[in-house]
Design a protein around this ligand. Structure first.
Ligand code: F6R
Length: 265
């Protein structure tokens, strides 16, 4: 696992976007895994800047969302399909036909999950999966005790997750109870994982993910099982890591040949 600690939340986004931009320039039809929520917004803003000012072409990029709420009416502004269209697909000038989101409005949710897995298998593997982490250690909506072998399926959101996401809705009881989410097994199939976290509220989850035991009690700890997992955090989110000096030292001293491939500089 590569852990990179930077000074500010914006720098988290800039570094992750440098890596993603590098991938897309080398592989214009790369398959990206898209997270929603606040954590990746700085990534999408920086990629938008690259599209507008640096000619980054995302028109052939293919993408799969990590998750979707169940039961929101079609077109609800907080459905992850709507959020991705607003924050990512439009600004990055992606082709909407290339962007897939689990169908949380399907009459047969189990079939929608199986269909989603089949589409990823037919298109993928995902080249680079963007991730955030919940304060309780979830990735995607794989809440604590999720199986490391899990695939896309319906899950019940933890009360903590519903409370954390209430900020996007008019009232806490409007946050859906259920979601469809890629499983931990699905996420681990991606070639590269880039997890970003900012702020003190994520410090405990980040420490458990990076330095704690591999345990379904912290689903993010599944990243320890992945051969190319990259965790980019700001000072506040890194504040409970015990080996922080070592992560700074290894990043500062990474070999010259590795620099561009890893983090664009
Ligand atoms: C979102 C997702 C979640 C979020 C996590 C952190 O698609 O899968 O795992 O990444 O809940 O959310 P924020 O970034 O809003 O703190």
């Amino acid at each position: 696992m590569q852990v990179v600690i930077v000074d500010t939340p914006d720098e988290v986004g800039r570094l992750a976007a440098a890596k993603i931009g590098h991938l897309v320039r080398n592989r214009p039809d790369a398959v990206l895994g898209l997270a929603t929520g606040s954590s990746p917004l700085a990534i999408y803003a920086e990629l938008t800047r690259q599209v507008e000012e640096k000619g980054l072409d995302c028109s052939q990029v293919r993408a799969f969302a990590l998750d979707e709420y169940v039961g929101l009416p079609q077109g609800h502004p907080e459905s992850y399909r709507a959020v991705l269209e607003r924050d990512v697909v439009g600004p990055l000038r992606m082709d909407p036909a290339n962007v897939h989101v689990p169908d949380g409005a399907a009459a047969d949710l189990a079939a929608a999950c199986a269909d989603y897995e089949a589409r990823i298998a037919a298109t993928g593997p995902v080249d680079l999966q963007i991730l955030g982490i919940g304060a309780n250690g979830h990735i995607g909506f794989n809440e604590p005790t999720s199986s490391f072998a899990s695939r896309t399926r319906i899950k019940t959101l933890a009360p903590k997750t519903r409370a954390d996401n209430a900020r996007f809705f008019d009232s806490p009881d409007q946050v859906p109870m259920h979601c469809l989410t890629q499983g931990l097994g699905t996420i681990l199939d991606a070639r590269t994982l880039v997890l970003v976290a900012q702020g003190e509220s994520k410090a405990d989850a980040v420490a458990r993910m990076v330095e704690g035991p591999v345990s379904s009690m912290c689903p993010g700890s599944a990243l320890q099982l992945h051969a190319d997992a990259n965790v980019i955090v700001d000072e506040a989110a890194a504040s409970r890591l015990t080996m922080d000096d070592y992560y700074r030292y290894t990043f500062a001293n990474r070999p010259e040949w590795q620099r561009f491939e890893t983090f664009g500089g």
